[in-house]
Ligand binder design. Sequence first.
Ligand SMILES: C[S@@+](CC[C@H](N)C(=O)[O-])C[C@H]1O[C@@H](n2cnc3c(N)ncnc32)[C@H](O)[C@@H]1O
Length: 249
Amino acid sequence: MTWYEDEKLWVDFACVMFPERREREAAELVATSPLLKVVRGTRVLDLACGPGVHVVPLAARGAEVTGVDLSETMLVRAGEACARAGVAARLARADMREYVEPGAYDLVINMYTSFGYFTDPGDNLAVLRNAHASLAPGGTLLIDVLGKEVLASWVGRPQAVDVDPELGGGTVFMRDTILDDWTRLRTDWTHVRGDEVRQASIMCVLYSAAELRALFEQAGFTDVECFGGFDAGPYDNHARRLIVRGVRG
Ligand SMILES: C[S@@+](CC[C@H](N)C(=O)[O-])C[C@H]1O[C@@H](n2cnc3c(N)ncnc32)[C@H](O)[C@@H]1O
């Protein structure tokens, strides 16, 4: 089993990856970001949707949302989040390397560093090609990752996050390691709670803006643009994320 197939990883560390504040932040992004503008009826695919933090506000704005994820538990959580918010969305269990619905979407999103999970570069390209095939002509793909340049400004500093006692308590420690001449990043997660210690590692391909832009173009996207945040600001020395957008011509 590879790390991203480990259901336990997403569940054990959900308290840090998907804290309640992310739901509020995602709702704010969907309400304000020029990159996430949808109107009633916009057909949106949230690829690797997790517990649905973007599915809910997009559906609440009238978009027809499909959330796809490999983790059954995450999909159950996304369904519960939709029910709590009183919105409807289609949720499907699938691997992003395989999921294609030809011409079915106006917007495909892949958020919060859910890209670059596969060791074989062909698999990461396949995700982009699938997204391209799933878009209607003129539709857009938006990918949000931590760019190599952004990471370089702070990588190496270990982080510790206290977990809300209502979510189990304890502390999660995160340590990043750059591998293979800056081509990959491993993040080791350790959750310490009393005598109990849980560990997991995430391994991602690291992309510079130029590398991810080139991959979009290789997958057939046109008008590829890079942004440094959801305010659609430039990917420059103030960038906090690497957001790449491409159009299916
Ligand atoms: C970092 S989380 C991000 C979730 C969500 N996009 C968000 O903004 O909170 C990554 C998600 O990718 C999913 N995932 C991992 N490998 C996958 C694959 N091969 N196909 C589809 N989803 C996958 C995980 O189950 C997890 O929910």
